[in-house]
Design a binder for this molecule. Structure first.
Ligand code: PLP
Length: 396
């Protein structure tokens, strides 16, 4: 395949070579079931437990607080549904607070729980995508049992003040869940500093395999199981473990944590170069989100008068992968609920592109992308009746 530029690392990351090397023996020679007592089983069990210790170390948890599962969507469902199912519909603490900008695995789960009779408050965000903690304080009621917020937004990259939210939750005796999918491997994540009760992680966002995740459950906290079955994961998540996924996740998180600071600086420099050049060299462009509270890997930029989908498809033919909205919604053309929640401007919601850089991004990739974008945007604007109208209206 010809060289492609992959600026969609927030959707998923490629599996890194060290991870492939780590899992290879478990794909070939070491095929035991970690629950078996014989040698073949014990070897695999040891590797799974080593991976658990690595995941725990990366987020400052105890290994006994880590439960492996299939993905972060499962982790998020486990927390919301598990908490609510554990209460029963009529129990007193049947109110959840979350935000208007969550990933669909929270957003749609909360909406489903509402239909089942639970109460949900969705905190608004401002025009930069930030939360106002007074809104959170005001939303807390007698019956609030759970607060669930993301650490980092997947579409705009904003970092949310989870430590402050954790304090507020704690002061009111409310459990706190953090969706840290877009944070792990990009910024420091420390469950003790955050003071959370539950935290969701997914391996494929930091160069591990797809289809494996981990849920941190603070010791003493109980969630009702989504699945019934065997004794795996201390009976909390039955099903024979995704052994290679788990072992790969351990390796990936260990490497990502060790490289975190140096990679953050390197990638932020590239991201800033991309953003500054686009803003300077392409008119009517704007950064969406809050550049002062953002992960180093992401830039969301709106290109007025053109559809994001058009930009995405044209860039794809030029060898560049980007996304509009979140990957999960990029196959439906509804405006991003995140950008819509920020100021309700449907034009901006339709004309923004997420560039998410990663480990393999280079300065050449950035410069090629800027040059390609310049041509792409001027071509698409030349077909745009709204751009035409705008130009004519501004002629003297
Ligand atoms: N939460 C956030 C913030 C995400 O960005 C994603 C994936 O994009 C998920 C949850 C779901 O992760 P998974 O693909 O592991 O289900």
């Amino acid at each position: 395949m010809t060289h492609r530029i992959y600026f969609d690392n927030s959707a998923t990351t490629p599996v890194r070579k060290e991870v492939v090397d780590e899992i290879m023996p478990f794909l070939t020679e070491l095929g035991g079931n970690p629950s078996s007592r014989h040698y073949e089983g014990r070897v695999v069990r040891t590797a799974v437990e080593a991976a658990r210790a690595k995941v725990a170390a990366a987020i400052n948890a105890d290994p006994s607080e880590i439960y492996f599962n299939s993905c972060a969507s499962e982790g998020n469902n486990t927390v919301l549904r598990g908490y609510m199912m554990g209460l029963g519909k009529n129990a007193k603490k049947n109110h959840i607070i979350t935000t208007a900008v969550e990933h669909p695995s929270i957003f749609n789960t909360a909406a489903a729980l509402e239909k089942e009779g639970f109460e949900v408050t969705y905190l608004p965000v401002d025009e930069k995508g930030n939360l106002n903690l007074d809104d959170l304080r005001k939303a807390i009621k007698e019956n609030t049992g759970l607060i669930s917020t993301m650490f980092v937004n997947n579409e705009i990259g904003n970092i949310y003040p989870v430590e402050e939210i954790g304090k507020i939750a704690h002061d009111h005796n409310i459990l706190f869940h953090v969706d840290a999918v877009q944070a792990v491997g990009k910024i420091h994540v420390d469950v003790k500093k955050i003071g959370c009760d539950f935290l969701t992680v997914s391996a494929h966002k930091f160069y591990g395999l797809k289809g494996v995740g981990a849920l941190f459950v603070k010791r003493g906290r109980v969630l009702k199981n989504l699945l019934t079955g065997g004794h795996q994961e201390k009976g909390k998540r039955p099903g024979t473990e995704n052994v290679v996924g788990i072992i790969g996740m351990g390796k990936a998180i260990e490497l990502a944590t060790a490289e975190l600071d140096s990679e953050a600086t390197r990638i932020a420099t590239l991201r800033d170069r991309l953003e500054q050049r686009v803003l300077a060299e392409i008119p009517y462009t704007r950064v969406v989100g809050d550049p002062s509270h953002r992960v180093p890997t992401l830039s969301n930029i709106s290109f007025r008068f053109v559809e994001g989908e058009g930009i995405l498809l044209k860039l794809d033919t030029e060898g560049i992968a980007v996304s509009t909205g979140s990957a999960c919604s990029s196959s439906d053309l509804k405006a991003s609920h995140v950008i819509t929640a920020m100021h309700g401007d449907p034009e901006e919601a339709h004309s923004s592109i997420r560039f998410s850089l990663g480990k393999y991004s280079t300065v050449e990739d950035v410069d090629y992308t800027v040059e390609t974008l310049k041509n792409t945007i001027s071509l698409l604007r030349s077909f745009s009746p709204i751009y035409d109208e705008f130009v004519n209206a501004n002629k003297h």
